[in-house]
Design a protein around this ligand. Structure first.
Ligand code: ARG
Length: 589
């Protein structure tokens, strides 16, 4: 449903339009000086400049029109031509009712919804997931929730890294350990036994084992390279192993992602598009876009306007192998051909450090006519750093695995809960559930609250705190509202009609009014922190309201019923917003 800000913008826009000025000057925003106004419109200055007129005069005419609007209490011109607006208690009351009863908690669908693929997660088969993958998972999943909520038709794809040298390492290392496996038989053609020859722990062990050996011994590395080439060329035994490796990895990944409330529609990977590669290469050649260079097929993508070096796309290397560029291009082809409706946009939520890769791929995809370059977006993000300002490592110096991270977050959440005043009758199972929610809220929110493109410092103690701008703080704020409502209900008090009159109530409804704009802003910029900020301010506005006015203990029954309804509107919007961040709110804590 439309916000007050939007309704007033439309009215102001119409007033500008009636004066022969552009309607966009009518944009109305929440005032940054609440003591002077609820909303303000600053468009008169720009409109005056464009029309060569006096800004205060224009502002005066617009203000006079706005005074006639049913929601407007007063409209005054200030300074060089600002228009300060106050809205009526009745308008705010109706708005709060609207939020409370609305499936979108007061937000509106995007006007330009699109069929969108979100490529995120990007875990690699065999290699452990690290904190960089955590960012992709959390940001990507939040964008998928947000875009869906706002009307985009989203398909998410984990796009596993399952086509590189690591697969060769796994094959050769396994061969050294279990040379008698039928998969190594050159004449193997199947059948494909259901029982995998390895566990996820085997994979975690085999890969570093082989990779270390390969670093010290070029011949060992060559063996793995050769194995990948044979696998890519279709050797049946290696293909069967690949399938097993993927199956075993996916099962483990589903657990890791599941803990974080992260889900995917498609569990595809680089290897899934392998069959499309020969045709894709042919198309590049036939279109005259590919060139032979030192035995490799490349696609030049540099432009005269480029300010930085833009190396060509590597389509087929001199060994005849294909890599990251080619699988990404084939994946675009696959999505355009198989997804229905045909994607209009693809978002890649991947570390900022891969910016060049995506620019190359996007240009090549455009050249071949797969999809226009401006429909492909790299949603980059910064790194997670340790206290020393360098990329986060474990105490032992390795990259942190997601599974260890979960364990650490759970431990820290448990610690914080021990210090909290939990209900006395809370059993172990419920408590464990709450700890898990706290851990997930901490990990997700601390990542999402930062501007996506900046780096942040990993600090579990702060992330799990119930104070400050944290996930657990917001979760607790929502639980508190719920408990106020529950206790009131237990005493036979129910919510009634909202009747705003006090300042703290007005401030709270004005904050509720901004939800839709925050969501649309977060969508447009692909910046979840905008939603985080809104929810944090909402929690604070509720806190002020709760401190200023009695709710359940209010003796006037109409006022009490009104405040309970207002609290319920806050609960609804907080829970909806936190849900979009992938944060669940427990019933009590
Ligand atoms: N597997 C890659 C990595 O770990 C990320 C994949 C990102 N998605 C893509 N379509 N390239 O770096």
């Amino acid at each position: 449903m439309a916000s007050l800000a939007k309704e007033l913008s439309a009215a102001a826009g119409a007033a500008f339009d009636a004066m022969g000025l552009e309607a966009r000057f009518g944009e109305v925003r929440r005032s940054d000086k609440p003591e002077l106004a609820d909303f303000q419109c600053n468009g008169a200055m720009a409109a005056a400049k464009a029309a060569g007129r006096n800004p205060r005069e224009i502002a005066g005419e617009i203000a006079a029109k706005l005074k006639e609007h049913p929601s407007v209490l007063s409209a005054e011109v200030a300074g060089p031509g600002f228009i300060n607006l106050r809205v009526s208690d009745a308008a705010l009351s109706a708005r709060a009712e609207g939020v409370r009863g609305d499936a979108m908690a007061g937000a509106e669908k995007a006007a330009d919804a699109q069929v969108t693929v979100i490529d995120f997660g990007g875990a690699n088969v065999a290699k452990p997931m690290h904190v960089g993958h955590l960012r992709s998972a959390v940001i990507g999943d939040t964008l998928q929730r947000l875009l869906r909520f706002l009307g985009d038709e989203v398909t998410s794809d984990v796009h596993l890294g399952d086509w590189g040298l690591q697969m060769g390492h796994l094959v050769t290392e396994l061969q050294d350990e279990q040379p008698d496996l039928i998969y190594f038989d050159a004449s193997y053609t199947g059948p494909y036994p259901a029982e995998p020859p390895v566990t996820i722990d085997d994979l975690g062990r085999l890969y570093p084992q082989a990779s270390n050996k390969a670093k010290a011994d070029e011949a060992r590395n060559e063996r793995s390279q050769k194995a990948v080439a044979e696998m890519q060329a279709g050797r049946a035994g290696y293909r069967a192993l690949l399938r097993h490796f993927i199956d075993v990895s996916v099962e483990a990944l589903k657990k890791d992602y599941g803990f974080l409330n992260v889900s995917f529609d498609l569990w595809k990977g680089e290897s899934d598009v392998d069959g499309l590669i020969p045709g894709l290469v042919e198309r590049f050649k036939a279109a005259g876009l590919a060139e032979l260079s030192d035995g490799a097929w490349i696609v030049p993508v540099a432009r005269e306007s480029d300010k930085k070096e833009m190396p060509p796309v590597m389509l087929v290397n001199s060994r005849g192998g294909t890599g990251y560029h080619t699988t990404d291009l084939a994946t675009i082809l696959d999505r355009m051909d198989t997804l229905k409706p045909t994607p209009e946009r693809m978002l890649y939520v991947v570390d900022q450090r891969q910016a060049l890769h995506f620019e190359q791929v996007f240009r090549a995809a455009d050249k071949l006519g797969l999809i226009a370059e401006d429909r492909l977006e790299h949603i980059g993000f910064g790194t997670v750093n340790g206290p020393d300002g360098k990329p986060f490592k474990t105490r032992e110096g390795g990259v942190l695995r997601l599974a260890d991270l979960q364990a650490m977050a759970m431990e820290e959440a448990e610690k914080k809960l021990s210090a909290a005043n939990l209900p006395a009758d809370m059993g172990a199972e419920e408590r464990f559930g709450v700890a898990k929610k706290v851990a997930v809220a901490a990990l997700r929110f601390s990542d999402l609250m930062n501007t996506r493109t900046t780096n942040y410092v990993f600090d579990l103690d702060r992330f799990t705190s119930f104070e400050g701008k944290t996930g657990p703080y917001l979760m607790y704020a929502a639980v508190r509202v719920k408990s106020v409502l529950r206790k009131a209900a237990e005493n036979g008090h129910s919510a009634g009609e909202v009747m705003v009159s006090e300042d703290a109530e007005r401030a709270l409804v004005l904050q509720l009014d901004g939800f839709g704009a925050a969501l649309l802003g977060a969508r447009e910029k692909r910046m979840p922190h905008i939603l985080c900020e809104h929810l944090y301010s909402l929690a604070q506005a509720f806190s002020s309201f709760y401190a200023a006015l009695p709710i359940a203990s209010e003796t006037d029954s109409e006022k009490r019923a009104s405040r309970l309804a207002l609290a319920d509107a806050v609960r609804h919007q907080l829970e909806t917003g936190l849900g979009l961040l992938g944060i669940d709110v427990p019933e009590r804590m």
